[in-house]
Write a protein of this length. Sequence first.
Length: 130
Amino acid sequence: DDALSIATRPVVVSHTGVRGTCDNQRNLSDDQLRRIAANGGLIGVGYWETAVCGRDTAAIVRAIRHAVMVAGVEHIALGSDFDGAVTEPFDTTGLPMLAQALIQEGFTEGDIARIMGGNVRDFVLKNFPR
């Protein structure tokens, strides 16, 4: 909240969860999701249990769906946290399972492309010096 209050440029939350599907202090509230989106920011949805209240792709997709509904698809990205500090349900070889789960949830091909990397690419091209 403090960072959002003073931010003059878009904010990136690289790996987090959402309280709308997993209510804990670590995760972002709907108000925070809306504020990040309002300033053009990006939210990376994590994969670990504390972030999504589950250990499978269904839990990750629930969190992504909620974040999209609140903030808009153009503000949502993957936030795996593949640094070894937490346990995720899969490594990078599992990304096709996540894409398939997004398809089954009804996301369009365009939305999936945005979530799985397009939004990060666009954010970097728009906000970082060339």
